[in-house]
Every structure is written in C-alpha cells, then in structure tokens.
Design a binder for this molecule. Structure first.
Ligand SMILES: *Cc1c(COP(=O)(O)O)cnc(C)c1O
Length: 223
C-alpha cells in the first residue's frame, strides 16, 4: 500500500480516538517503524510526511541513518546491547528500551549530552518480553537519578500479542497509572510525561488510554 494512504488512515483513526477521549491530537507522535523495510521505502515514508522513525537493531538504525540525507528523528526501540550504545548514542532522539542498570551506566558514560529515555515495562509479565516488572519500576527510576546524562521522559511497553481488547486496554491503563504515580513524585531527572505504547494492531486503544508515542511498522510502511 501507498504510505500516504496508510498514514492518512492511521491519522484519521488517531483523530477519532482523541475525539472519543477528549485528547488533543498534537500530543501524539507517530513513529514509523522501518525495521522491516528498505532505505528506499523509508525515504518514501519521509516524503509522505513521517518525521520520526524507529529501529530495533543498532545495525538497522545505522544503515538508514548513514544513507539518508533528509532530516529525521531516530528512536531506538529494541533490546540494546551495552556494547552497541556507543554506535547509536549521538544519533538518537530517544531510547525506548532502558531496562537495566548496566545499560544506564553505558548510556551515561558514552553520552555527551542528556539522553531522553523511556523505561521499558513488561506490564503483562510475559517471560518472553523485556522490560521491568511493574513493582521494580519506581526503584529503578530512583536509582537513575545518579546518572546525569539520563532523563526519563516516559515509560514504554509492548502489549501481549492477543486480540482481546480488554487485555490490551488493561495493559495500557496499567502503564498510564504507573506513569501518573511517577509524575506525582516530581523527580528532577524523571519528568516521565510520555507513554510509548501502541503498535499496528492496537494503537487506537493505546491512544484512548493515553499514548503519546505510537510505534507503527506493518500498517504504515509494510512488513
Ligand atoms: C516491530 C516493533 C513495532 C512495530 O510493530 P508493528 O506491529 O509492525 O506495528 C513497535 N515496537 C517495537 C518495539 C517493535 O519491535
């Protein structure tokens, strides 16, 4: 499918979800996940009006970053190996997968500016998923205060791979609730305003539940 058509369709669904829940459309950033597609297809997405891109491997991010001249904002959304931090750190708008102290330490040491990070939460506590259990998130956010180059801008999750709307909704609600608790603590290093949640199959529900960053691959650029 033509990316312009896909984007218009997604934007219309986001608009409806916002209308339903009294949210402002401008709060939502669409991240086009280009991990499945070529450089050419990524450029096509840029030309269609996508400005934020997500990659889940350092190699994929570098390949596109190095071969695309147009200005774009790159988000790292996958499991990040500590030894690869140095390769991507000066190229990213944000890292969505901060989930352990060894990674925080590496980001902190390799960065020469403050890096916006989302703490990844395994809300559904599936064994196959990365991210912290809900109960471990606040202690983890607190220990990040020691790392001056890390700013916790939000929380990220991947919902379970199910079609049951109530299960998806509950996952997003739980993440939003946790974000609200963290915000009340007014941590200087962790404003934690954002929620990175919602993918091709569940982004409308995620927006209804407060998502600010949705990560869409297959339904936007293809798979
Ligand atoms: C692949 C991926 C996405 C996008 O998935 P789609 O279902 O194709 O939209 C979003 N977030 C993460 C972390 C991913 O790895």
């Amino acid at each position: 499918m033509d990316i312009k058509t896909n984007l218009a369709y997604i934007q219309e669904n986001i608009r409806k979800a916002c209308e339903k829940t009294n949210r402002d459309l401008s709060e939502i950033t669409i991240i086009g996940v280009t991990k499945y597609v070529t450089i050419e297809r990524t450029i096509e997405a840029m030309e269609a009006g996508v400005h934020h891109f997500g990659e889940n491997r350092a190699e994929g991010l570098l390949e596109k970053y190095n071969h695309i001249d147009q200005p774009a904002k790159w988000h790292f959304i996958g499991t990040l190996q500590t030894r690869k931090v140095k390769d991507i750190i000066d190229k990213v708008e944000a890292i969505h997968s901060l989930d352990r102290e060894s990674l925080a330490k590496q980001i902190n040491n390799r960065a020469n500016r403050v890096i916006d990070c989302f703490v990844q939460v395994n809300v559904s506590e599936e064994e196959s998923k990365h991210g912290l259990a809900v109960a471990d998130v606040i202690p983890f956010v607190e220990l990040l205060a020691a790392y001056e180059n890390i700013r916790v801008v939000g929380l990220m999750t991947m919902a379970p791979h199910v079609s049951d709307e109530e299960v998806l909704r509950k996952t997003f609600k739980d993440l939003a609730q946790l974000r609200d608790v963290i915000m009340t603590k007014n941590y200087a290093h962790a404003p934690c305003k954002y929620l990175s949640m919602g993918m091709s199959n569940d982004y409308e529900i995620a927006v209804e539940e407060g998502a600010t960053h949705i990560r869409i691959g297959s339904k936007l650029v293809g798979s």
